[in-house]
Design a protein around this ligand. Structure first.
Ligand code: AR6
Length: 178
């Protein structure tokens, strides 16, 4: 499902964030140490190969809301942005911290003149952020950033299950209809 606003395409797609060859950069739902871990981070490190953790180590630790850039190694993208989301119920204010993740990632990608970016549902897995609350933060933040972006032309939300797909598609429909 696709929606266009200010020459930027917003897209929702179900799939694996490590298998998105059409994107210049993908975002990792990282841990503070930028180590492999589980979920998205585990999948990204496994596919990218050991060079990724070597590049990550000196950049760690990062704090909630922060985003850092690395090369993509064996991933089919140019770059990876690693972002630490808030642990729901622990890192406060969680809404602001989650918004910072998306805002900082978009600004970093744009600054690097990258034209397409893919996001997983940061914090909505192991970090426990309820997906229905997260999606509101995601869309509010991303829509507010669109006018400032100079290079990004495509923002893709890569969801992992049907429930998240429904949540994102209904949000996309809501903004398309408004
Ligand atoms: N592609 C796309 N989405 C995925 C994938 C994938 N390959 N794998 C999981 N998801 P999580 P968090 C979905 O737990 O909540 C790690 O151990 C998943 O279903 O990866 O920010 C790190 O090391 C969920 O909707 O990220 C950290 O310690 C979303 O992506 C911690 O987990 C995020 O799930 C970060 O937790």
């Amino acid at each position: 499902m696709v929606y266009n606003d200010q020459n930027i395409q917003l897209e929702v797609s179900k799939g694996d964030i490590t298998d998105q060859p059409d994107l210049d950069v993908v975002v990792n739902a990282a841990n503070a140490e930028l180590a492999p871990g589980g979920g998205v981070a585990g999948a990204i490190h496994q596919k990218a190969g050991p060079g990724l953790y070597k590049e990550c180590k000196p950049l760690a630790p990062i704090y909630p809301g922060e985003a850092v850039l690395t090369n993509a190694f064996d991933l089919p993208n140019k770059k990876i942005i690693h972002c630490l989301g808030p642990v729901y119920g622990r890192d406060k204010p969680e809404k602001e911290l989650l918004a910072s993740c998306y805002r900082n990632s978009l600004r970093l990608a744009d600054k690097e003149r990258l034209e397409s970016i893919g996001f997983p549902g940061i914090s909505t897995g192991i970090f426990g952020y309820p997906p229905d609350l997260a999606v509101e933060v995601v869309f509010n933040t991303v829509l507010a950033e669109l006018p400032q972006l100079e290079h990004l032309k495509k923002i893709k939300f890569v969801v992992f299950n049907d429930e998240d797909l429904r949540l994102y598609e209904s949000k996309l429909k809501e903004i398309s209809d408004s």
